[in-house]
Write a protein that binds this ligand. Structure first.
Ligand code: AHM
Ligand code: MG
Length: 327
């Protein structure tokens, strides 16, 4: 089923969510409310990113030892607060938090995994950043906090996933497993409007996206693929904000990769709140995501902050990378 059938460009996000809910006879509205809560936090963060007084670093570090920018911390607070107040989420895992956050909504059905502000190194230089989220149904009985097992589900178990790109315009792109739709925020009206219905990633492309400074640490297959891209006269495009690089690939076709290295065999990106949600979106748009060997969505997470090598984008390009990785 295609999420966007019969809904014209310009439909508000709220109406879109409501119409989609009506198509499921047993839907009770919790997931719809959860998506609205995320959209609310996105509007707040979108506004706060424009405030020069909130830039800079507060001198704190997250569990991975990465310096937290003020806006990393603020975005984390905004999303947690929106999800807690919305009432549909029992537990949250966040790139910015060491442990699972329990919202106190013990009867809620859903778990959220999120990177509240991805692309931290770009925050203070006015370059697009993003939020990434994945939504799972809890496995444990309602009536208590979510468990580690609830949070460590395979990517195939996502019921919805999306991202918010804070760029020249703010966009929310999400899937509930029935195609991918993109909404553009109109700040003067305070609304997201359907602007990119039923997104399909081009099968092939001529854009590759990676941090080429790391090439000498890439696996040999990736080094050879990069040489192939150059022979083919492909273009290199790397923003350094995964959401922005992925969004370009989704619209124009291309491949993004952040492979493992001898130093960091599993790469840099996080499986739960970066790789899995974008892999779900990529597949729903007709693309692919692999860690170089295995489909990302099939990986069984073993830890909250687990890292994962990532190759994601246009199907033919990901296939090509996979072939290079085999030799
Ligand atoms: P972050 O979640 O701390 O911002 O790290 C993830 C980001 C991605 O958005 C981006 O693709 C990558 O890290 C850039 O890393 P590098 O600077 O090593 O190229
Ligand atoms: Mg990130």
């Amino acid at each position: 089923m295609n999420d966007a059938l019969a809904l014209p460009v310009g439909t508000t996000l709220d109406r879109f969510i409501k119409r989609k809910q009506d198509e499921f006879s047993f839907a009770t509205g919790e997931l719809s409310q959860l998506l609205r809560d995320i959209a609310l936090a996105a509007k707040i963060v979108s506004q706060e990113l424009t405030r020069v007084d909130l830039q800079g670093s507060g001198g704190t570090a997250n569990i991975q030892g990465e310096e937290q920018q003020n806006l990393d911390v603020i975005a984390n607070i905004r999303f947690i607060r929106a999800l807690r107040n919305g009432g549909e989420v029992c537990s949250i895992v966040s790139e910015e938090e060491d442990e699972i956050i329990h919202t106190g909504n013990q009867n809620a059905k859903y778990i959220v995994a999120m990177d509240p502000l991805d692309g931290s190194s770009n925050i203070d230089v006015n370059i697009p950043v993003g939020t990434i989220f994945a939504i799972y149904r809890r496995l444990s009985e309602a009536g208590s906090d979510g468990t580690l097992e609830d949070c460590l589900q395979q990517g195939t178990k996502q019921v919805a996933a999306g991202y918010i790109l804070y760029g020249a315009a703010t966009m929310l792109v999400y899937t509930t497993g029935h195609g991918v739709n993109g909404f553009t925020y109109e700040p003067t009206l305070g609304e997201f409007f359907l602007s990119h219905p039923n997104l399909k990633i081009p099968n092939g492309g001529k854009l590759y996206s990676c941090n080429e400074a790391n090439v000498s640490n890439f696996p040999l297959g990736m080094q050879n693929y990069l040489a192939f891209c150059k022979e083919q006269k492909y273009s290199s495009r790397y923003i350094g904000s995964l959401v922005a690089d992925f969004h370009r690939s989704l619209l124009k076709g291309g491949v993004y990769f952040y492979p493992g290295s001898s130093k960091n065999p599993a790469g840099k990106l996080r499986l739960l709140y970066e790789c899995n949600p974008l892999a779900f979106i990529a597949e729903q748009a007709g693309g692919q995501a692999t860690d170089g060997v295995e489909r990302v969505l099939d990986k069984v997470p073993t830890a909250l902050h687990e890292r994962c090598a990532l190759v994601i984008g246009s199907s033919e390009m990901v296939d090509k990378v996979r072939k290079y990785m085999l030799v």
